[in-house]
Design a protein around this ligand. Structure first.
Ligand code: 0O2
Length: 262
């Protein structure tokens, strides 16, 4: 079999989808100060892994690119909060550049192993050097906690060749429960966490504005006056009082406007 000819379009799909999801994340972070997508990774199944799965599932070689093996190209999207998973799913379903064929929800219906995650099987068209090809891709969406569990379990499954000893299996179920609790609790305080981050970020922006303005004022204003402003700023920073910082920010905006530096 000409594996390069088969697999290269899948690599292209995985690369393009990774870039697209990373851009969605970037745009959310820049414009909304937070993103439902925390991290994106992708992989192409290796030839031995394709052959093993084909053998295990009795998939004829001329059907390995079909729905029985939809994960030759796999993209994994990691979210911070459980609610983000649904948001990412809706985003993917609303896009015109890929079509969702299957939606497997192992978040609400945990697998007997303890595995949790949401899997979308999408058909994604790539324009290769030799023309257009529709390829299947599995998009796995997990929280950080679900991912940590799955990566750990995957290593153990590999180590024990799929026959995980009973005691370790019991521990894995306990850690899956712990990961579920972590997800549930952080999801409940999601808005508080995001609000704290937004306020930290706006504090950083204010501090950046003030320091830049003071620096620029040295070019146009009386040095002693600027020195006084700088001392006042340092004193406010020492108090860690957000209200005083906001007041000083307003003062600096007025001064910057008067000197036409902003
Ligand atoms: P890899 O190395 O991650 O690519 P099957 O493929 O038969 O196991 P099915 O029903 O065809 O399962 O597809 P499913 O369960 O929707 O998704 C399969 C993929 O989900 C697996 O790919 C894993 O990545 C992940 N997964 C599913 N169940 C488990 C689990 O119990 N533990 C872990 N760690 N991952 C799981 P592959 O091909 O098994 O492996």
């Amino acid at each position: 079999m000409d594996w390069d000819r088969i697999l290269l379009p899948y690599k292209q799909a995985a690369d393009e989808l990774t870039a697209k999801f990373n851009n969605i994340s970037l745009q959310f972070n820049k414009l909304e100060h937070t993103s439902p997508i925390f991290h994106v990774e992708a992989r192409i199944k290796t030839v031995p892994s394709i052959l093993t799965k084909a053998q295990r599932k009795k998939i004829p070689m001329d059907e390995i690119e079909g729905l029985q093996m939809p994960d030759i190209a796999g993209v994994r999207i990691i979210c911070r909060f459980v609610d983000d998973i649904g948001f990412v799913v809706d985003t993917i379903k609303s896009r015109e550049d890929m079509k969702v064929l299957e939606d497997r929800d192992y978040v609400t219906m945990m697998k007997p192993s303890g595995y949790r995650g949401r899997h979308l099987i999408v058909v994604y068209p790539v324009i290769t050097a030799f023309g257009k090809k529709d390829v299947l891709c599995e998009i796995q969406i997990r929280t950080l906690a679900m991912n940590m569990w799955a990566v750990t379990e995957h290593s153990l499954r590999y180590k024990y060749d799929g026959m995980i000893p009973e005691e370790i299996h019991r521990r894995l179920i306990r850690t899956a429960d712990a990961a579920y609790m972590l997800d549930t609790d952080t999801n409940i305080i999601r808005e508080d966490i995001l609000e704290a981050e937004r306020s930290n970020e706006s504090r950083e922006e204010i501090v950046f504005y003030i320091t830049k303005s003071i620096q620029d004022l040295y070019e146009v204003a009386d040095a002693a006056e600027v020195e006084e402003l700088y001392k006042k700023f340092v004193a406010i920073m020492d108090t860690k009082d957000d209200e005083s910082l906001a007041g000083f920010y307003n003062e600096m905006q007025a001064i910057a406007q008067a000197y036409k530096i902003r």
